[in-house]
Design a protein around this ligand. Structure first.
Ligand code: BMA
Length: 335
């Protein structure tokens, strides 16, 4: 197995003043909520999703939108449920049973918070595998959302969450974002095989993991921790990354960051104010209060559509024209 730490130029900016001097994207843009929110709620009579259907992963295949959501039962065990829509709003089809659930001791308490990345003709699903050892990042793949192949833990042997893969190779490497401690880290692998067999890579990485730090909290609304939402979205102006930031009061908000296309370790801009925070009843009150947790996105007719969890209970949707989004950033760079 090849061990390939990123080149020095790919390392995140050093901490301290220099970090804070990054261009700040002073976005006033807000996402508009779908008026029919929430779009997915627990169904009667399905014990496996009785306590919540939230934090969805999303991918579009033509007009079809596939969602995998975190379904929680009364014992707080999570499984993944599947829903499908032809317009991205109305999820009329839902599978009767979970499509992915615990099958090993390293996920004995369940499978949570999926993200989907299409790559090489398959859908790769990163998720949080929960066990008495704590949360770890795990990988599976599917072609049809019915049959899944699991590859086990693909992260370090430390508490880790919010893992996403970039939708294409960056400088010839598979690139990953994940959350160790309270910060977002970046890691690169030669290929998917190297990721699936990465124990040695991680043992070396964790000896100096600060070198791979990418996003750290800087504003009060994200002071406690940050974690990436959907996989990065490629735009002509950079990789657009939607993330959640948690305040010390445990309020989850959404923010956005733009990463350099060729050197994603370089942050070009970030939102100073949240794009969306818990305001609606179903975002303020649920199983965990005051949570908006973005985890899926699609581009649809010029809109950036974000799927998110509300208060660890339901699935919601919000959107904004992607150009408005990027223009906000451009204006900031020019001023
Ligand atoms: C995180 C995860 C998410 C959840 C969030 C808020 O640590 O467990 O699934 O939405 O906390 O409770």
């Amino acid at each position: 197995m090849a061990l390939h730490p990123p080149a020095t130029s790919m390392l995140p900016k050093p901490a301290g003043d220099e970090y804070l001097r990054q261009v700040q994207w002073d976005v006033t843009l807000k996402l508009t909520r779908y008026e029919m929110n929430p779009i997915i709620t627990p169904r009667q009579g399905r014990d496996w999703e009785a306590d919540g259907t939230f934090n969805p992963a999303a991918v579009a295949a033509g007009r079809v939108v596939h969602l995998l959501y975190r379904a929680v039962d009364a014992n707080r065990i999570s499984r993944l449920g599947y829903a499908r829509s032809l317009d991205g709003m109305d999820f009329t089809y839902r599978r009767e049973n979970p499509v992915l659930e615990a099958s090993a001791v390293w996920e004995e308490f369940g499978c949570e918070d999926p993200r989907i990345t299409p790559m090489d003709g398959r859908y790769y699903v990163t998720y949080t595998a929960y066990s008495r050892g704590g949360p770890r990042i795990a990988l599976a793949s599917t072609e049809d959302f019915m049959h899944f192949e699991k590859y086990g833990i693909v992260g370090p042997d430390l508490d880790d969450k919010d893992c996403v893969l970039f939708p294409e190779k960056v400088n010839g490497k598979v690139a990953m974002l994940h959350r160790l401690d309270s910060k977002v880290q970046i890691a690169y692998f030669d290929n998917l095989d190297a990721l699936m067999d990465s124990k040695e890579f991680w043992s070396e990485y964790v000896t100096h993991y600060d070198d791979f730090e990418l996003i750290r909290p800087i504003y009060p609304w994200e002071e406690w921790k940050v974690g990436v939402g959907p996989p990065p979205i490629k735009t002509d102006r950079g990789w657009l990354v939607i993330y959640h930031g948690v305040s010390v009061q445990r309020i989850y908000n959404m923010g956005a960051i733009l990463l350099d296309l060729d050197e994603p370790s370089k942050i070009l801009a970030r939102t100073r104010e949240p794009l969306l925070g818990p305001e609606m009843e179903f975002e303020k009150h649920g199983v965990v209060p005051n949570v908006v947790f973005p985890s899926g996105s699609i581009l649809q007719d010029g809109d950036l559509v974000i799927y998110y969890g509300g208060a660890d209970r339901v699935t919601c949707m919000a959107k904004a024209p992607v150009e408005d989004f990027l223009d906000g950033f451009e204006n900031e760079l020019e001023s």
